[in-house]
Design a protein around this ligand. Structure first.
Ligand code: ADP
Length: 247
């Protein structure tokens, strides 16, 4: 068995498995095994990517535009399927899931996008509650979960505002609240600070770190090198669909 970066390789070839430092105490939460994604038009999103993220880890994925960051996250939440290789979350092979079983695994993943994707005609509370309602939570449970979630993102006082009454940073914090209100064990954030100034970016990072501190496995894509440096978290790099480790 070959060992690279202190981690046993998944196969007898020189395939490197990237990710934060392995920790025998923590089970693996997210695995990509030699994943390649080629889009129908022939564009290659990812090429032979192997990655392991343990439960409770925080990982940055950096790389320039077009490197494959969004593709990687889309494969994790099942919005795209790998052309070859395996994508596993919490021991479930996401690539094999369809319909209800895919919906079930998606409930275990909170997703944050660069452009927030809030419903403009709904208030902050309604935007957040909508996720729980769609998952069949009772009204009482929704009412129970909303206040602490709003508090965590510092938006108690904005509960009844509409998205266009909020700043970009506040809108992103609503989108964070929506991602976490169902207490998913995995949080994926695709360029969450891409539209934000440094102060708001830092706030978003602090919230993601807080969620990580209470147990969530967090994967954040970004091309913001400053944010990565400030955060002092493990980071891997994508370039033209291939992964490499940064130190
Ligand atoms: P990043 O998030 O790092 O900017 P993406 O994952 O969006 O990179 O894109 C990686 C590569 O895959 C790019 O060459 C992009 O053009 C291509 N790509 C992404 N989505 C699609 C798609 N739906 N159809 C065809 N090509 C795509």
């Amino acid at each position: 068995m070959t060992t690279v970066l202190g981690r046993p390789s998944a196969s007898t070839t020189q395939q490197r498995v990237y990710g934060p430092t392995p920790d025998a105490q923590k089970p693996v939460m997210v695995t990509l095994k030699e994943v390649t994604k080629t889009y129908p038009n022939g564009s290659r999103g990812l090429y032979g990517v192997s990655l392991e993220v343990n439960r409770g880890d925080f990982l940055f994925i950096t790389g320039p535009s077009g490197a494959g960051k969004s593709t990687l996250l889309k494969l994790l939440y099942g919005a795209e399927r790998a052309s070859s290789g395996e994508v596993i979350i919490d021991r479930v092979n996401v690539g094999e899931l369809r319909g209800d079983r895919l919906s079930l695994i998606r409930r275990r993943i909170g997703i944050v996008f660069q452009d927030y994707k809030l419903i403009p005609s709904r208030t902050v509370s309604e935007n957040i509650a909508f996720v729980l309602w769609a998952q069949g939570f009772t009204r009482k449970e929704i009412q129970r979960r909303l206040p602490p979630t709003l508090k965590l993102v510092g938006l108690q006082h904005k509960a009844d505002c509409f998205p266009d009454e909020l700043s970009g940073g506040e809108q992103q914090r609503v989108s964070l609240a929506r991602a976490i209100v169902g207490t998913p064990p995995v949080i994926l954030a695709d360029e969450p600070t891409g539209n934000l100034d440094p102060d708001n970016s830092l706030q978003v990072l602090k919230i993601l770190k807080k969620l990580n501190a209470i147990g969530a496995t967090v994967i954040v894509t970004t091309h913001d090198e400053q944010l990565v440096q400030m955060s002092n978290q493990p980071v891997v790099q994508l370039r033209e669909g291939r992964l490499s480790q940064s130190f």
